[in-house]
Design a protein around this ligand. Structure first.
Ligand code: NI
Ligand code: MN
Length: 226
C-alpha cells in the first residue's frame, strides 16, 4: 500500500484502490507550509478523536471531496451540524466499505472538539482488505489492548504510531506497541510539530531497531510503499 505523509498525524493511505485520509491537520500545522488542504484528494476521512490537531481541516476536505467521515458518534454529530456526512462508530465496531473494512479500536487519550464540546472517546483504526492491513493508532498511550489487534484482525503490515511523547506514547513505548501488534514496519507520527513533542529522531529509529522493527520517518508529502 502507498502511504503519504502530510505532517503531524495526517496521512493518505491508498488501499483497496481508494484514498483514505487520516486526521487532517494541514492549514494550521506550522511544519507544513507546502500542502493546501483543498488539494487533498480522498474517498473517505477517518478521524481518531476531536482534538484540533486532528480535525482542523476535516470540514473543508470532506466538502471538497464530497466524502464521508468515520469517527465516534460525538465527533460525527459535531461535524454533522456543519453539514459534513458521517458514519458513526464506537469501539470494537467494524464498517464494511466494500473496498476495505474499518475497525474502530481502543486508544488511551482524551477527546474534545475545538469549541470545547464533548468529543466522545478517542480511538484508532485498523483498515484492511483481503491482502493488506494498516493500523492507525491515533493519539494513544501504550496499552495492553493493542495485544488484541493481532488476535482479532488480519496480520498488520504497517502501523502508523505516535512517537512524540508528552501527549501520546514516546518512541520507546511505541517500539513496544509494534511488538504488541506484531508489526515490523512502522511509520512514526505526532512528533516534532511543536515544542512539547520534539524528539531525537536518530534515537527513535534505534529504539525500533533494538526490537527488530523498522521505523520510517517521512518528510512532508513524502510517500512510501510498504
Ligand atoms: Ni489528541
Ligand atoms: Mn494530538
Amino acid at each position: 500500500m502507498k502511504i503519504t505523509y502530510y505532517g503531524h498525524s495526517c496521512f493518505v493511505v491508498n488501499i483497496g484502490g481508494k484514498n483514505i485520509l487520516f486526521d487532517p491537520f494541514i492549514t494550521d500545522n506550522p511544519k507544513n507550509n507546502t500542502t493546501k488542504a483543498e488539494d487533498i484528494v480522498c474517498d473517505i476521512i477517518l478521524v481518531s478523536h476531536g482534538h484540533g490537531d486532528h480535525v482542523s481541516d476535516v470540514e473543508v476536505i470532506a466538502k471538497q471531496n464530497d466524502c464521508t467521515i468515520i469517527s465516534n458518534f460525538e465527533v460525527v454529530n459535531w461535524f454533522g451540524a456543519k453539514d459534513v456526512k458521517g458514519r458513526p462508530v464506537n469501539h470494537g465496531g467494524t464498517v464494511d466499505l466494500g473496498y476495505c473494512k474499518v475497525k474502530y479500536v481502543n486508544a488511551i487519550h482524551t477527546s474534545s472538539m475545538p469549541d470545547g464540546a464533548y468529543g466522545g472517546n478517542p480511538g484508532g483504526f485498523v483498515v484492511y482488505t483481503d491482502s493488506e492491513c494498516v493500523y492507525f493508532a491515533g493519539d494513544t498511550a501504550l496499552t495492553m489492548d493493542m495485544k488484541l489487534i493481532p488476535l482479532t484482525c488480519p496480520k498488520v503490515n504497517v502501523a502508523l504510531l505516535p512517537i512524540g511523547d508528552n501527549f501520546t506514547m514516546g518512541y520507546q513505548d511505541a517500539a513496544m506497541a509494534a511488538q504488541f501488534i506484531d508489526c515490523d514496519q512502522v511509520v512514526g507520527c505526532h512528533y516534532d510539530t511543536f515544542g512539547y513533542i520534539e524528539i531525537d529522531q536518530e534515537a527513535a529509529v534505534k529504539a525500533f531497531e533494538a526490537k527488530g522493527k523498522t521505523l520510517h520517518l517521512l518528510n512532508i508529502e513524502e510517500s512510501i510503499n510498504l
